[in-house]
Write a new protein. Structure first.
Length: 221
C-alpha cells in the first residue's frame, strides 16, 4: 500500500486522558501526568477545543503555556491541524493567539486562519486587553483562573520530543528522533505516521539514527 501522509489525529482523547496529556506537556502539571509522551500539537489542539467549547478555565493556562513555550512549537504542524477543524471556534482561538505573537512570523498563516465575526467568551464585562486586536472578546474574569505551566528547562528533561526540538529546532525531524529513541525498530513509514511527517524525512532520519548508532540500513555485499 502506498504511503499516505496524515495530518490530524484520528480521535480525541477521553477527558481523563486529555488531563494527563496536558500535564505531560507541562500544562496544569498538578494533574496526574500521562505515562506516554503525547504529541505536543495534538494536545494543544484538543486543549483549545476543550477551552472554547466546554471548560473556559483552560484558557488562562493555555495562553500562558503558549507564551512560555511557543519557540519550540512546530508551527507547520499546528497550522495544518488547526485548519483541518470543522468548528470555527478553535480556529478563532489560534488566530487570536497568533496575533498576540506576531513577532514570531512562523505563525503568520495561523493568524489569518479565521475570517468570521468576533467570538465572545465570558460575561461581556471588562475585556482582557491581550485579545482586543483579534477575533476573540474574552472577559478579563476568565483570564484570572489559576495558570501553572512548567518551565522550558523542566520540559526538556521530561519530554523527549521537546528536548530534541530544543536541540534540532521544532521540526518533524526532532519528533522522529525522539520516536526512534523510544522504538528503534520503527520502519520509515511507521515513523512518519507516528509523527505526522513525510516519508522522505522519516527515511533520512532512520538512516542517520542508524549511522550514529553504528548500524547500517543496508546489508553487507
Amino acid at each position: 500500500m502506498p504511503f499516505r501522509r496524515t495530518v490530524a489525529p484520528t480521535e480525541a482523547p477521553e477527558p481523563s486522558a486529555l488531563a494527563a496529556d496536558l500535564a505531560a506537556i507541562g500544562l496544569k502539571p498538578s494533574a496526574a501526568a500521562s505515562r506516554r509522551q503525547p504529541n505536543i500539537e495534538d494536545t494543544l489542539l484538543f486543549a483549545s477545543i476543550e477551552a472554547m467549547d466546554r471548560d473556559s478555565r483552560l484558557l488562562a493556562p493555555l495562553v500562558l503555556w503558549f507564551r512560555v513555550h511557543h519557540p519550540w512549537v512546530n508551527a507547520d504542524r499546528l497550522i495544518r491541524v488547526v485548519r483541518e477543524q470543522d468548528s470555527s471556534r478553535p480556529r478563532a482561538f489560534w488566530a487570536a493567539i497568533a496575533k498576540q505573537h506576531a513577532t514570531d512570523h512562523r505563525f503568520a498563516r495561523l493568524a489569518s486562519g479565521y475570517r468570521g465575526p468576533r467570538v465572545v467568551l465570558g460575561d461581556g464585562g471588562r475585556e482582557d486587553p491581550r485579545f482586543k486586536q483579534g477575533p476573540l472578546t474574552v472577559s478579563a474574569e476568565l483570564m484570572r483562573a489559576p495558570a501553572d505551566v512548567l518551565e522550558p528547562i523542566v520540559m526538556a528533561r521530561r519530554h523527549n520530543a521537546y528536548r530534541w526540538r530544543v536541540i534540532m529546532g521544532p521540526s518533524y525531524r526532532a519528533d522522529m528522533w525522539a520516536a526512534l529513541e523510544a522504538d528503534p525498530e520503527l520502519t520509515p513509514a511507521e515513523l512518519a505516521r507516528r509523527t505526522y511527517g513525510s516519508f522522505a524525512t522519516a527515511w533520512h532520519v532512520k538512516r542517520d539514527y542508524a549511522l550514529l548508532g553504528g548500524r547500517s540500513l543496508w546489508p553487507k555485499p
